[in-house]
Design a protein around this ligand. Structure first.
Ligand SMILES: Nc1nc(=O)c2c([nH]1)NC[C@@H]1CN(c3ccc(C(=O)N[C@@H](CCC(=O)O)C(=O)O)cc3)C=[N+]21
Length: 290
């Protein structure tokens, strides 16, 4: 039996169509469009696909993305802090996202701490992470929020289920574990020092892979009928010498065992972009008082 495909691309298109309507009707009362500023420092390839996709989708939904900047890899921390300060003070900007990782001369926590929590559409400011830990509403990290939305739309009830999260990053692993916990899953966090990973994943009803290692999870590691969410976005050169995007999950073997699986591309990636746009609209509504 072959697993149900959790189509993030189709769901993202539907949510973006809803956001487009929402922005258009808000615009009848508030003339200024929602504004999103994405700062991309250097040329980290992980960020390239993301920036391109965001710009296309953001503009499509009616969000003004003109305050975004692509900055040189030699930028200093002080210069980046000054740009964040300017965007914090700019009334036309509702969302600020600083692409990670940053070049090594810049301390990313110092930058994230500087973003106005009400404009922190990436949900990485300590205030927003604290709200998540306390289970309060607030801006939530885009990739974890996208994972949760995909699970919800597929009607997957998490209460009492065992969920294994692979990876403990601040961008995905830690926040998605908290969100699964909030839905009453029993959450296990696995990482590079975990012993007998396969035994843990085989006990899981839901596996979320967010490590950045192609082929980390294969069919032999999955319990029959489990749900597998692949957050990995790895660019590899295949046997034919062609560059392509793969996740952390060996799709071919896992789809034969799982009950549902996200593809890469077309799974979590488009949902990340969509949650960023949704967060920007949420922040805009709050700031214009709607
Ligand atoms: N502060 C910060 N927040 C992030 O959320 C963040 C970041 N930094 N740094 C880089 C990573 C990477 N990331 C992606 C999101 C969507 C796609 C995406 O839309 N992928 C498409 C494919 C795009 C293509 O085909 O090239 C898909 O999977 O279908 C890719 C990559 C967000 N990141």
């Amino acid at each position: 039996m072959s697993a149900l495909l959790l189509d993030g691309k189709a769901l993202a298109a539907r949510i973006q169509a809803e956001l487009t309507h929402e922005v258009r009707s808000l615009q009848e009362r508030f003339p200024r469009p929602p504004g999103l500023a994405v700062l991309w420092v250097g040329d980290n390839p992980a960020s390239a696909a993301y920036v391109g996709n965001k710009n296309r989708s953001g503009a499509g939904v009616g969000i003004d993305i003109s305050k975004g900047q692509h900055l040189p890899a030699t930028l200093s921390e002080a210069e980046l802090l000054a740009i964040v300060d300017e965007l914090n003070a700019d009334a036309s900007v509702d969302g600020i996202l600083v692409q990670l990782p940053l070049p090594e001369q810049i301390d990313s926590n110092r930058i994230l701490d500087r973003i106005d929590p009400d404009k922190d559409v990436d949900g990485l400011h300590p205030t927003n992470l604290g709200r998540l830990v306390r289970g309060e509403p607030g801006l939530r990290s885009c990739t974890p929020a996208g994972v949760m939305r995909l699970l919800a739309e597929a009607g997957i009830d998490l209460a009492g289920k065992t969920a294994v999260v692979l990876g403990r990053s601040i961008l995905v692993g830690k926040p998605v574990a908290l969100m699964l916990l909030e839905k009453n899953a029993t959450v296990i966090m696995a990482h590079s020092r975990t012993r007998d990973l396969a035994a843990l994943t085989r006990s899981a009803d839901v596996v979320v892979a967010a490590v950045g290692k192609p082929g980390l999870v294969d069919g032999a590691m999955i319990k029959p009928g489990a749900v597998v969410i692949d957050v990995g976005i790895n660019r590899i050169t295949d046997a034919a010498g062609k560059s392509r995007l793969v996740g952390d999950v060996d799709f071919a073997s896992v789809r034969e065992v799982a009950s549902a699986i996200t593809p890469v591309p077309g799974g979590v990636g488009p949902m990340t972009v969509t949650m960023l746009l949704a967060n920007t609209v949420q922040s805009y509504r709050r700031r214009v008082g709607s």
